[in-house]
Design a protein around this ligand. Sequence first.
Ligand code: PEP
Ligand code: MG
Length: 910
Amino acid sequence: MAKQETVEHKYVYAFAEGNKDLKELLGGKGANLAEMTNLGLPVPPGFTITTEACKAYLVTGEEPDGLADQIAAHVASLEQAMGKRLGDPEDPLLVSVRSGAKFSMPGMMETVLNVGLNDRSVQGLARQASGADAQTSGGADRFAWDSYRRLIQMFGKTVCEVPGEEFEHALDDAKRAKGTHDDLDLDADDLRGLVDAYKKIFFKHTGREFPQEPREQLDLAIRAVFESWNAERAVLYRRQERIPADLGTAVNVVAMVFGNLGPDSGTGVAFTRDPASGAQGIYGDYLANAQGEDVVAGIRNTVPLQELERLDKKSYDELLGIMARLEGHYKDLCDIEFTIERGKLWMLQTRVGKRTAAAAFVIAGQLVDEGLIDLDEALHRVNGAQLAQLMFPRFRLDHEFQPVAKGIGASPGAASGKVVFTSARAVELAAEGESVILVRRETNPDDLNGMIAAQGILTSRGGKTSHAAVVARGMGKTCVSGADEIEVNVPQRRFVVGGQTVVEGDVVSIDGTTGKVYLGEVPVMPSEVVQYFEGSLDPEHVDNPLVRAVHRIMSHADGRRRLAVRTNADTGADAARARRFGAEGIGLCRTEHMFLGDRRELVERLILARDNTEREAALAALLPLQRADFEEIFREMDGMPVTVRLIDPPLHEFLPPLEQLAVNVAVAQERGEDVAQEEALLAAVRRMHEENPMLGLRGVRLGLVIPGLFAMQVRAIAEAAVTVTRSGAVARPEIMVPLVGAVQELETVRAEAEKIIAEVVGDSGVEVLIGTMIEVPRAALTAGQIAEAAQFFSFGTNDLTQMGWGFSRDDVEGAFFWRYLELGIFGISPFESIDRDGVGRLVRIAAEEGRAARPELKLGVCGEHGGDPESVHFFHEVGLDYVSCSPFRVPVARLEAGRAAVETDGSDSR
Ligand code: PEP
Ligand code: MG
């Protein structure tokens, strides 16, 4: 009784019952076959078993209730539509059984063709294939037996795990016996013999005969496709492509059509536009007298699709008409697979085609011109990762270049140059006009000049947020970090990789996108998109479809976005470049580099000062230097806000390393030299040594401990702003205090700063804001209090991630992130893309509580996440006012901020 009341769950859909929006349920292939069927296109009849059936099967190991009956009903309809019966010894219906998940997983799951053949129906197939015209009956016999041996081979391998090589060997034996290398030389008798050999192999491995009952073949093939969802290669692929593991695959059962029935048959693949460049036209390959698998396997050479016009004009014209129709319908580049069976065209698959980054922009622009989509949709169709790819020079990898090592692609681009091991040598060689690659175990702030001079940076240690990576990204310089197969020996000026030794002056090439390292020079080409951003290519006049499309879509993104985009820049040159790239201010000017180079000596004097007078003298000497730094930046950013962060890293970073200094002092003492000054320095270094400097005396703590340090910086900022303003430009300084955890810290710094500002600014009209970074979890959780003392917050998501997770920024990525990624603890490093649930929550809380306490509070972010596409969407959702990122990421952030606005705020009709 209960049974009658239950509404049976629908697990099987005829093609006519689906549509393209049902990808989740029917998989991409099934949904698109349904869509084409409903468009009236020539799709062989068939049905799709849903992903839900697959999921149910994977849980219990059994087909869910009702599935078998539903399949039987759909097979019956299929038989009726085709006028043939499965297993009919006279005229059998054959079907293909193909996987098809929501996201395309090419070649990862299983397919079985020619299901329905057995010892009797193979004869019927031969009789049907011999039809009146096209084939001799010998050819038809050959075709039928070839189809049967393919079924046993595929079925054996896929369904029963018979080792594929055994079938291959048997095929090789048959060819050897015939004295040929070509499958096509095997005639019907040879193939009949091969079928016998295959059946024996099948029996040997399974202990049973090859199943003769077509429905059993079908059921087992369907099961095998379900199970292939969890095959090792599919699991790996999903992990790599970040496809959720719980989607399951659909199974498509489709009436077989044959492209291998003679010269008037064939098979092909096509794109409706060039997926590499986006250019309009006809792109595809055709192979006469072949099945789809032959094209994919590259067994025979295909001809360009245009040739089909000559071979079969009717089918060619029909195909072109269908391609135009599909484009108009999907409003996008489609790729298709088709088969022609004796002059009759059949569509086997379509989907929105994959494309290169350049093609994505070009096609989106074209589709707007053609009136198929609007600019909002065009913006949605491209993304920041694609734009970033287009902004870096690329290797022209036309011949076979083999990488010798692979590290982390820390800052994209392609660079070739002579290997150098020290910053000084990099500067020297660059001054002589050489391209150099700076190779270090890891870099530190002292390497800055060398990094500026170098074409690229290669390190054997460190992850994506190591010093080398962060600084290189900031400069838009190519960097491969953590290439641990490379053993760097700086004193001997060489590195060893895979048994080869590379010495200073040898040429290497590094690819900062893939992390690959090559020996020798690989030629590179510059990015036209950067030339456009730099202003050297005028989009209105240049005949370059990519540049025109980028210009158009970027302009639209700028019109749509709510987030402002600023940049992280600490030199005038960076500021100028970022401005050209569209930055609307500086969100983070780090001041620590202003204490390096020839200013080191002043910093040492500051640190070693024995009394106030000595300290004040050191600070007084630093003041004009800092002032000049800020003047340059304020001038470059005329009229735009510039957030200057007071000094953050621990002071010992500006002193020589402890071990080296200790050795120098010991040696000098041994020689009886006067080492009083070095000893004082050594004592200071020892005193300042910290076990965990990242959690030690840095940021606001320094400002509170070293009298006059922050005051000097505040004065330099205010004086520079006044000078620049008096010269007719507009300086808009914002002073930012790092590493604040409690409002009292900020209040103390602020009280002193305000006095200095009031005194310096006078009636100059300069307005200076004072705010804080939110980068310590406690600051995020007490943001309501902190906002009372801050005019703005800028989220330092690098430190917030470090302290939120307790992950050392410098060590963990290389040390164990691979394992965390493998286990799926996170899908991407939280240093790269904001961890929405944890660190992101801290940002959200701080933004809400900060704004509640002070509604006009300005909110921004200046950690590395400010230039990460995914994170930009998050910051848009949280309602920040701006993101700030390295100059080269500015266009990416502009684009993604526009996309975020379109996606969350809905379309408008502009
Ligand atoms: C941060 O912590 O996110 C930040 C921007 O500061 P820094 O990277 O200089 O520590
Ligand atoms: Mg920080």
